[in-house]
Design a binder for this molecule. Structure first.
Ligand SMILES: [Zn+2]
Length: 258
């Protein structure tokens, strides 16, 4: 019987999470922006490998030092220096006995990848490592891609099974939900989530992972097809009868200045 995979956050900088995957003494990390907290979490154990979602420094800044100390492989977008195993959309590989699927999710950056990890046997929820694309209650800023690209990427993620656990790379949930409550004031499920997240943060606990189901019910960037959200976008500059991409683009711009 294979032991359970454990996934825990390693806090870094002011609000990043480096995800730490461990099974039977094998350790991997996702998006190590800083080496020091990873080395501390490993407590002398060897690091088997690194996964990267995109090229921003707060996701890759610790890679060189970790590779120097652990001589481990680095899986990620081909555009990033130091990647030993370049990944692209549709790739699949095995990681600690679990199947990993690579999804291209351009928008926040053009090279952004999401990694979907599925345990064998189908009794566990899939795990999604989505970097700065889908956040709990929000989504990443558009630094490189177009609203159409980002909306396409978010739509792809929203089609994953609702029980999929969403491991984003920042603790932005409270601020995201404050905006969400403005974008869809009549959403009672969202109001409950605001309260839950407020209590978690008051106790200093992480608000991630969330699930795709929770995001579908409360994240305005996944709810551009909902008339109430489209109406709020219209109040903030979207044309009447906008399509979903225009609603998305308006929400994203509104949030940038929120
Ligand atoms: Zn980023």
């Amino acid at each position: 019987m294979i032991k359970m995979l454990t996934i825990s956050p390693i806090p870094a900088f002011s609000d990043n999470y480096i995800w730490h995957l461990e099974r039977e003494g094998e350790h991997w990390v996702v998006d190590p922006g800083d080496a020091a907290p990873v080395l501390e979490a490993l407590r002398g154990a060897p690091l088997a490998g690194i996964l990267i979602t995109h090229h921003h420094l707060d996701h890759i800044g610790g890679v060189a030092e970790l590779v120097k100390q652990h001589q481990c492989p680095v899986y990620g977008p081909a555009s990033i220096e130091g990647v030993t195993h370049p990944l692209q959309d549709g790739d699949e590989f095995l990681l600690m006995g679990a199947a990993v699927k690579v999804l291209a999710v351009p928008g926040h950056t053009l090279d952004h990848l999401a990694l979907l990890l599925e345990e064998p046997g189908g009794e566990h929820s899939p795990h999604l490592f989505c970097g700065d694309t889908l956040f709990a209650g929000g989504c990443g800023r558009l630094f490189e891609g177009t609203p159409k690209q980002m909306y396409g990427s978010l739509s792809k993620l929203s089609e994953l099974p609702p029980e999929t656990q969403v491991y984003c790379a920042h603790e932005y949930t409270r601020a995201n939900l404050r905006f969400a409550a403005e974008a869809e004031p009549g959403n009672a499920v969202l109001q409950n989530r605001v309260n839950q997240v407020d209590s978690l943060r008051a106790e200093g606990k992480p608000t991630v992972p969330s699930t795709i189901g929770e995001e579908l019910a409360t994240n305005p960037f996944l709810r551009c097809h909902i008339p109430a959200v489209a109406r709020r976008a219209a109040d903030h500059g979207a044309a009447e009868n906008s399509d979903e991409v225009e609603v998305f683009a308006t929400l994203r711009q509104w949030k940038d200045n929120f």
